[in-house]
Ligand binder design. Sequence first.
Ligand code: GDP
Ligand code: MG
Length: 370
Amino acid sequence: RGNMTVGETAKLLHKDASEVIKKLMFLGTMATINQELDLDAIQLLATEFGVEVEVKIVVEEDRFENFEETDEEENLMERPPVVTIMGHVDHGKTTLLDAIRETNVTGGEAGGITQHIGAYQVEAKGKKITFLDTPGHEAFTSMRARGASVTDITILVVAADDGVMPQTIEAINHAKAANVPIIVAINKMDKEGADPDRIKQSLTEYELVPEEWGGDTIFVPVSAKQRQGLDELLETILLVAEVNEYKANPNKRARGTVVEAELDKGRGAVARVLIQHGTLKVGDAFVAGVYFGRVRTMVNDKGRRLKEAGPSTPIEITGLTEVPLAGDPFIVFEDERKARDIAEKRTVALRQSEITANTRVTLDDLFQHI
Ligand code: GDP
Ligand code: MG
């Protein structure tokens, strides 16, 4: 991870450390000069100071060819939006995720046994929405640091009886740094003392201004516990998705990102993967991070066996040789020989980089002034 101290960041931005500390305080973080800032915080500071910087995230994957191909516009098709829920601890992220999942089962899949596979899909107004169910800023940031961008939309959960808290602000900063639109869910509306206007007022300080006040942020009052406002929230997600036109080409070899992975006693290495491009099929040879494999079985979040999975579909697969890391890119190749070859090259490259790399990324690596 490319962390820098407040002092180093100040130097980089040609500011006094005290100015940076003041700005951080304004952004909701109390910091000392020796405190380490993560990439998102540094990037946000640069924006706040109006300093134009190009951030180069240096991760192992950068040293690997990523086999990315651009698609012709005519081959792109609409895909479900991928949504992450963030917010302060105890504001109701888990309750909201569970409520959405339990009340909206994908059409035709009712009765399936819910599987925890790191993400799930629901259906609203005949359209699918994918939720990553690993809320938490860690997951979000570490995946991004690994070069993975999986989220299209962030739901920022704020408890109506509590207000804007440090992790609320952190979540806003993460979403802004990743350039992901934010929908605010004002939760716990059922509670006495719920004051949505106070939440809206405090969020204006972070450029989240409600539409009715002339801004462009959508606020949806909900009660995760009493399952109120959930349909409105889903409809809002679809609205944002419609505006942003999330698309992918389903007619090519699959690519995606590992969301979670573990060693299962009976099944061996298991990976939960979000497919982002193309269609994954049983039998496909792939590389996940530095390991290769061949899809042996594939199940969805309802525990249903699938033969294929298209863009934005979360699945759990077996058939890996080893356990990859969350955030690892998942890429299908034409055959197992090719996948094995790529995996071996990556393993060698990774070992070499581990020997030569110093863990701290230098300033020059991190930033290149334009
Ligand atoms: P997280 O830390 O953000 O995942 O929060 P949780 O989902 O674990 O919720 C924290 C607490 O708030 C739990 O005791 C929930 O039952 C409660 N809670 C969550 N949503 C609501 C709500 O809409 N209304 C009320 N009254 N309580 C809620
Ligand atoms: Mg939770």
